[in-house]
Design a protein around this ligand. Structure first.
Ligand code: GDP
Ligand code: MG
Length: 163
Protein backbone atom coordinates (compact mmCIF):
# COMPACT_ATOMS: atom_id res chain seq x y z
CA UNK A 1 0.00 0.00 0.00
CA UNK A 2 1.04 3.59 -0.54
CA UNK A 3 2.57 5.34 2.46
CA UNK A 4 0.30 7.82 4.21
CA UNK A 5 1.56 11.26 5.25
CA UNK A 6 -0.62 13.36 7.57
CA UNK A 7 -0.29 17.07 8.27
CA UNK A 8 -1.12 17.94 11.88
CA UNK A 9 -1.05 21.38 13.48
CA UNK A 10 -3.09 24.13 15.05
CA UNK A 11 -5.71 25.99 13.01
CA UNK A 12 -4.24 28.70 10.81
CA UNK A 13 -0.62 27.47 10.76
CA UNK A 14 -0.91 26.80 7.01
CA UNK A 15 -1.74 23.07 6.73
CA UNK A 16 -4.16 23.48 3.84
CA UNK A 17 -1.82 25.84 2.00
CA UNK A 18 0.92 23.22 2.16
CA UNK A 19 -1.50 20.44 1.25
CA UNK A 20 -2.59 22.30 -1.87
CA UNK A 21 1.01 23.13 -2.72
CA UNK A 22 2.05 19.46 -2.54
CA UNK A 23 -1.10 18.13 -4.18
CA UNK A 24 -0.61 20.67 -6.96
CA UNK A 25 -4.25 21.65 -6.98
CA UNK A 26 -6.49 23.78 -4.86
CA UNK A 27 -8.26 20.88 -3.22
CA UNK A 28 -8.35 22.01 0.38
CA UNK A 29 -9.91 25.39 1.11
CA UNK A 30 -7.62 28.03 2.58
CA UNK A 31 -9.29 30.71 4.63
CA UNK A 32 -8.08 33.58 6.74
CA UNK A 33 -10.28 32.52 9.64
CA UNK A 34 -9.12 29.49 11.62
CA UNK A 35 -10.89 26.18 11.23
CA UNK A 36 -12.88 26.69 8.08
CA UNK A 37 -11.38 23.99 5.91
CA UNK A 38 -14.27 21.72 5.06
CA UNK A 39 -13.90 19.87 1.81
CA UNK A 40 -11.32 17.42 0.55
CA UNK A 41 -8.66 16.22 2.90
CA UNK A 42 -7.00 13.43 0.90
CA UNK A 43 -4.76 13.75 -2.12
CA UNK A 44 -2.42 11.50 -4.01
CA UNK A 45 1.01 13.08 -4.17
CA UNK A 46 4.42 12.21 -5.57
CA UNK A 47 7.96 13.26 -4.79
CA UNK A 48 11.00 11.83 -6.56
CA UNK A 49 9.10 8.69 -7.62
CA UNK A 50 7.64 8.20 -4.14
CA UNK A 51 3.86 8.06 -4.44
CA UNK A 52 1.96 8.66 -1.22
CA UNK A 53 -1.40 9.67 0.18
CA UNK A 54 -1.45 13.08 1.86
CA UNK A 55 -4.01 13.91 4.54
CA UNK A 56 -4.88 17.39 5.79
CA UNK A 57 -6.13 16.53 9.29
CA UNK A 58 -7.35 20.10 9.72
CA UNK A 59 -10.12 19.28 7.29
CA UNK A 60 -11.62 16.62 9.54
CA UNK A 61 -14.99 17.85 10.76
CA UNK A 62 -14.89 18.60 14.47
CA UNK A 63 -17.63 17.42 16.79
CA UNK A 64 -19.68 20.44 17.70
CA UNK A 65 -18.54 22.45 20.72
CA UNK A 66 -15.14 20.84 20.73
CA UNK A 67 -12.35 23.03 22.00
CA UNK A 68 -9.35 23.62 19.76
CA UNK A 69 -7.30 21.43 22.06
CA UNK A 70 -9.69 18.47 21.88
CA UNK A 71 -9.95 18.89 18.10
CA UNK A 72 -6.17 18.82 17.96
CA UNK A 73 -6.09 15.68 20.07
CA UNK A 74 -8.54 13.96 17.72
CA UNK A 75 -6.55 15.02 14.69
CA UNK A 76 -3.30 13.86 16.22
CA UNK A 77 -4.89 10.50 17.15
CA UNK A 78 -6.14 9.99 13.61
CA UNK A 79 -2.71 10.86 12.26
CA UNK A 80 -1.01 8.49 14.69
CA UNK A 81 -3.37 5.68 13.71
CA UNK A 82 -3.27 6.13 9.95
CA UNK A 83 -0.03 7.84 8.96
CA UNK A 84 3.39 6.41 8.25
CA UNK A 85 4.95 9.87 8.55
CA UNK A 86 3.50 12.91 10.30
CA UNK A 87 4.23 16.48 9.27
CA UNK A 88 3.82 18.42 12.50
CA UNK A 89 3.34 22.01 11.42
CA UNK A 90 3.96 24.97 13.69
CA UNK A 91 3.89 28.70 13.01
CA UNK A 92 7.25 30.42 12.61
CA UNK A 93 5.67 33.86 12.84
CA UNK A 94 3.74 33.13 16.01
CA UNK A 95 6.16 30.88 17.85
CA UNK A 96 5.66 27.92 20.17
CA UNK A 97 2.32 27.63 22.00
CA UNK A 98 0.91 25.42 24.75
CA UNK A 99 -1.20 23.57 22.21
CA UNK A 100 1.93 22.85 20.17
CA UNK A 101 3.54 21.37 23.29
CA UNK A 102 0.50 19.14 23.96
CA UNK A 103 0.41 17.83 20.41
CA UNK A 104 4.17 17.30 20.43
CA UNK A 105 3.93 15.19 23.54
CA UNK A 106 1.21 13.00 21.98
CA UNK A 107 3.29 12.56 18.85
CA UNK A 108 6.46 11.71 20.78
CA UNK A 109 4.65 8.96 22.68
CA UNK A 110 3.39 7.44 19.41
CA UNK A 111 6.92 6.68 18.19
CA UNK A 112 5.99 7.48 14.60
CA UNK A 113 8.33 9.46 12.36
CA UNK A 114 7.55 13.16 12.75
CA UNK A 115 8.91 15.95 10.58
CA UNK A 116 8.70 19.15 12.62
CA UNK A 117 7.87 21.87 10.11
CA UNK A 118 8.12 25.55 10.85
CA UNK A 119 5.85 27.31 8.35
CA UNK A 120 5.56 31.00 7.42
CA UNK A 121 9.32 31.46 7.28
CA UNK A 122 9.03 33.68 4.22
CA UNK A 123 12.59 35.05 4.19
CA UNK A 124 16.02 33.44 4.20
CA UNK A 125 16.55 34.21 7.89
CA UNK A 126 15.56 31.73 10.58
CA UNK A 127 12.24 32.30 12.28
CA UNK A 128 12.83 34.47 15.38
CA UNK A 129 11.43 31.52 17.35
CA UNK A 130 13.52 28.84 15.63
CA UNK A 131 15.53 27.78 18.68
CA UNK A 132 12.46 27.65 20.95
CA UNK A 133 11.18 24.65 19.00
CA UNK A 134 14.15 22.50 20.00
CA UNK A 135 12.48 22.19 23.39
CA UNK A 136 9.95 19.82 21.74
CA UNK A 137 12.65 17.15 21.64
CA UNK A 138 12.20 16.45 17.94
CA UNK A 139 14.58 16.62 15.01
CA UNK A 140 15.78 20.03 13.88
CA UNK A 141 12.80 21.92 12.41
CA UNK A 142 12.50 22.24 8.65
CA UNK A 143 11.67 25.87 7.86
CA UNK A 144 9.35 26.44 4.93
CA UNK A 145 7.07 29.00 3.38
CA UNK A 146 3.97 27.36 1.97
CA UNK A 147 2.80 30.55 0.29
CA UNK A 148 6.22 31.38 -1.26
CA UNK A 149 6.93 27.67 -1.98
CA UNK A 150 10.24 27.95 -0.19
CA UNK A 151 12.03 24.77 0.97
CA UNK A 152 9.10 22.48 0.16
CA UNK A 153 11.56 20.15 -1.59
CA UNK A 154 13.68 19.91 1.56
CA UNK A 155 10.56 19.08 3.55
CA UNK A 156 9.52 16.34 1.13
CA UNK A 157 13.07 14.93 1.14
CA UNK A 158 12.81 14.65 4.94
CA UNK A 159 9.36 13.01 4.64
CA UNK A 160 10.24 10.38 2.01
CA UNK A 161 13.45 9.51 3.90
CA UNK A 162 11.14 7.81 6.44
CA UNK A 163 9.36 5.57 3.86
P1 GDP B 1 -4.73 25.82 8.26
O1 GDP B 1 -5.85 26.28 9.14
O2 GDP B 1 -3.61 25.26 9.08
O3 GDP B 1 -5.17 24.89 7.17
O4 GDP B 1 -4.13 27.13 7.57
P2 GDP B 1 -4.40 27.71 6.07
O5 GDP B 1 -3.63 26.92 5.06
O6 GDP B 1 -5.86 27.86 5.87
O7 GDP B 1 -3.67 29.13 6.18
C1 GDP B 1 -4.03 30.07 7.17
C2 GDP B 1 -3.49 31.43 6.78
O8 GDP B 1 -2.06 31.43 6.81
C3 GDP B 1 -3.90 31.86 5.36
O9 GDP B 1 -4.15 33.25 5.38
C4 GDP B 1 -2.65 31.53 4.56
O10 GDP B 1 -2.51 32.31 3.39
C5 GDP B 1 -1.55 31.86 5.56
N1 GDP B 1 -0.28 31.14 5.27
C6 GDP B 1 -0.16 29.82 4.98
N2 GDP B 1 1.15 29.52 4.74
C7 GDP B 1 1.84 30.67 4.87
C8 GDP B 1 3.23 31.01 4.72
O11 GDP B 1 4.10 30.19 4.41
N3 GDP B 1 3.56 32.30 4.95
C9 GDP B 1 2.64 33.25 5.28
N4 GDP B 1 3.08 34.49 5.48
N5 GDP B 1 1.32 32.97 5.41
C10 GDP B 1 0.93 31.70 5.21
MG1 MG C 1 -7.02 24.10 6.83
Amino acid sequence: AKPVVAIVGRPNVGKSTLFNRIAGKRISIVEDQPGVTRDRIYAEAEWLNNVFTLIDTGGIEPESKETILSQMRNQAEIAIETADVIIFMVDGKEGLTGTDREVASMLRKAHKPVVLTLNKVDTVEHSPYYYDFFELGMDEPVEISSTAAYNIGDLLDAVVAHF
